[in-house]
Design a protein around this ligand. Structure first.
Ligand code: GAL
Length: 727
């Protein structure tokens, strides 16, 4: 009998994981189980096949062994083996919600290159396999999917049911299997992350950046200054929030932070030593106007401080980029108006902006009105995880965004009409966004979900400012309105702009300020039972891929190619603007001994910076600036000092807050000195030598451990099965 085999799979839904998310183990890593006596249904040479059997209990023609219920059952559909059979037929039922396995590649994981796969569209999705007749035997080659935990555990069950069918005796081989598992886990696991590596996408591209490219680093007032109640400074919402028990990890506060209020000269020297020519920092509004209002009076000591910082920078050849609002709203405005949900703040912000343009604008050429309004509004007024800690994702989140857009537009217009002529500067806003990759790029609903994700994220603010039509994205307006009416409301929870307001906001960005850190996988999902609000309004679910290395921040996965895709999206959707990357970086845990040889951060920067180079050279995105977050470890908001993003290590237990350069500071400095990665430069040689290790190296070992646990778990399950069923 020919050992030809076809497999019929029914599936719950269409899905094809992206090639770049797939993981391929080298053949040396395949488990060498040989499948014998596995004829469940033989296909006749004329290709006839019985209609699929009922999905339920497993019966096997030749191996009536009653295997344990498996999520993915292989079962026969015919107890008679027709004469002249040429292939084996299996029907495999994928449980509801599992949609990966119909993917051609994921099927290949089960059977390897031994099989050829064709996918026939049809109800439930049908996949047929023809084996390679040259192979001469049927081997079950197990490969492991890595896209999600679900598929991983299903694969184990699949393996189990297949192993059951083969009546593979474990007896004396159990011990060696377990030992081999450990070896496989660690040997293959190291390559596991490397499996996420797509040569056409992830190769290192040497080259240099445009001559006038801006290399910068960033901080923010509350995160570094300290001196929270010194020299007349008013209380900010972050002072209040961090002083409220339970709001910040370990009870950390920004009371002293990096003490940059006193140590700014040292900070400037750190930058100078790195060869930095630009520095992005923010002004503390309540340090300048303690109660947030001009009427309440200016705090001259605060003005002096920022004058000193700016002068010190300029004296050392460093150009300041100044953010007006990096989250530390005067508490008085929160108390009086309820913060950004109240449009009274538009005028107060504009007054504050007017004052700082007038006071510092003779020396400052780059202005950013707001840092990450998405975070301000979603975390500050939606989840309540950030100050001021309001939990109202359905209404306050959107009201906050509305006020901030208006406040930004007023400040931009003030600069444009009153100061631009004499000061010749540029002013914009900084928006943050994670890159959304559709879970199945061939599924229109997942692609649409990924688009909704980005429209609700960066589009929420970018569309009103940078699109030709202005206003909120259509996706936001339509869905939120529809859901609001369904909730019994009279009007949309998303406020509306008047035509005049749309015009006033449109075009108020001299450049596109972008903060970017990570990526997500997006799948279409409608859940009417979820709490109404921003998250539910998007009709999608988010996930990540296990092969993506992780940073200390639980939300931060390292996916460099996501930045390039996001940059291209911005170019195509927002009028090909000049893009200033105003933040990008990676966190470590706060641990002892301190991490100063921060190889993972170097990996992060080399990957992301090279993607910027590709975006410029290949995609033609007009990226003008790159800013590393951060110059030094600092107060990481509700995580306090437990997460460290710095190029410099700061000892927060030492009253003098000493700063120590990490290895990454030297690396970034080399990139700046070479304006990228020119052929022949030491930095380029260094990047080349580390490039692949960054995918399967330090971070890969975490994955190796996961793989090993998986393989070990599989072995244990096999052992238990064999013991229980005495196969
Ligand atoms: C940004 C924020 C920074 C910094 C960084 C790392 O969202 O603007 O202040 O905290 O994230 O989490």
């Amino acid at each position: 009998m020919s050992l030809g085999m076809s497999v019929v799979l029914s599936r719950a839904g269409p899905s094809r994981p992206r090639r770049e998310q797939s993981t391929f183990l080298p053949s040396a890593c395949l488990l060498p189980f040989t499948v014998r006596n596995e004829v469940l249904h033989e296909q006749t040479s004329d290709g006839q096949r019985g209609k699929p059997g009922r999905l339920g209990s497993h019966t096997s023609t030749r191996n009536n062994t009653n295997p344990p219920a498996a999520a993915m059952d292989a079962r026969d559909r015919d107890t008679t083996t027709p004469a002249g059979a040429t292939s084996l037929v299996y029907a495999i039922n994928f449980p509801r919600g599992f949609s990966l396995a119909a993917d051609k590649r994921s099927l290949e994981y089960f059977f390897g290159e031994l099989t050829q796969v064709t996918i026939n569209p049809g109800e439930g999705g049908v996949v047929e396999w023809s084996p390679n007749p040259e192979a001469g035997k049927c081997e079950l080659r197990l490969k492991y999917r890595t896209l999600s935990r679900t598929s991983w555990s299903l694969n184990q069950k699949w393996a189990l049911s297949r192993l059951k069918n083969t009546q593979l005796k474990m007896s004396g081989t159990m011990l060696s299997l377990l030992t081999t598992s450990l070896l496989l886990g660690f040997t293959c696991g190291a390559v596991y992350d490397y499996g996420a590596y797509d040569r056409t996408r992830d190769n290192f591209r040497p080259g240099t950046f445009p001559d006038d490219f801006i290399w910068s680093t960033a901080t923010a007032s509350y995160q570094i200054e300290g001196a929270w109640n010194v020299d007349g400074k008013g209380e900010s919402i972050w002072d209040r929030f961090s002083h409220t028990p339970g709001k910040v990890d370990r009870g950390d506060t920004g009371d002293v932070a990096c003490d940059s209020y006193n140590k700014y000269r040292e900070d400037v020297q750190l930058m100078k030593a790195m060869g930095l020519k630009y520095y992005r920092f923010s002004l503390s509004w309540p340090r300048i106007f303690p109660d947030g209002t001009v009427a309440g009076g200016v705090n001259q000591a605060g003005v002096d401080y920022y004058n000193n910082v700016i002068d010190e920078l300029l004296a050392n050849g460093i150009t300041p980029m100044v953010t007006l609002y990096h989250w530390d709203l005067p508490q008085a405005l929160q108390d009086r108006y309820g913060g950004w949900v109240n449009e009274a703040l538009v005028d107060h912000f504009n007054d504050y902006a007017d004052f700082v343009f007038q006071t510092f604008g003779d020396r400052v050429r780059y202005w950013i009105t707001f840092n990450e309004p998405w975070v301000v509004c979603f975390l500050g007024y939606g989840t309540g995880g950030n100050a001021p800690g309001i939990q109202d994702p359905g209404n306050s989140t959107y009201l906050c965004g509305h006020t901030i857009l208006k406040a930004h537009a007023e400040a931009w217009n003030t600069y444009d009409t009153t100061y631009r002529g004499s000061q010749q500067g540029q002013i914009s806003i900084t928006l943050n966004c994670d890159w959304p990759e559709p879970r199945d790029p061939d599924s229109p609903s997942d692609v649409a979900a990924a688009d909704r994700y980005i429209q609700f994220y960066i589009g929420w603010f970018a569309h009103p400012i940078y699109s030709t039509g202005g206003d909120y994205p259509a996706a936001m307006k339509d869905i939120i309105r529809e859901k609001s009416l369904a909730e019994g409301l009279q009007e949309s929870r998303l406020p509306q702009f008047t035509p005049a307001e749309i015009d006033r906001i449109k075009g108020t960005g001299d450049f596109f300020g972008l903060n970017h850190y990570t990526a997500r996988i997006i799948q279409n999902r409608v859940d009417p039972t979820d709490t109404p609000g921003y998250s539910n309004d998007r009709n999608l679910s988010e996930s990540t891929a296990p092969e993506w290395p992780r940073a200390a921040s639980e939300w931060l996965y390292v996916v460099p190619w996501g930045l390039r895709r996001l940059l291209k999206f911005i170019k195509l959707n927002y009028g090909d603007p000049d893009v200033y990357i105003t933040e990008n970086g990676r966190s470590d845990h706060d641990e002892q001994p301190p991490i100063t040889e921060d190889a993972d951060r170097i990996c992060y920067y080399m990957g992301y910076i090279d993607e910027v180079l590709k975006a410029i050279e290949v995609d033609g995105v007009k990226v003008r600036a790159y800013t590393a977050w951060s110059l030094m470890d600092n107060f990481e908001w509700s995580r306090g000092y437990t997460e460290r993003f710095g190029l410099h290590y700061v000892n927060f237990t030492d009253p003098s807050r000493p700063r120590v350069p990490k290895e990454s500071a030297g690396f970034y400095s080399d990139i700046i000195a070479n304006n990228g990665f020119p052929e022949g430069a030491d930095v380029t040689t260094m990047v080349r030598s580390r490039w692949e290790g960054c995918r399967g190296g330090p971070a890969g070992w975490a994955a190796a451990t996961r793989v090993n646990m998986g393989v070990l778990g599989l072995s244990a399950m096999v052992a238990i099965t064999f013991t229980i069923f005495k196969v």
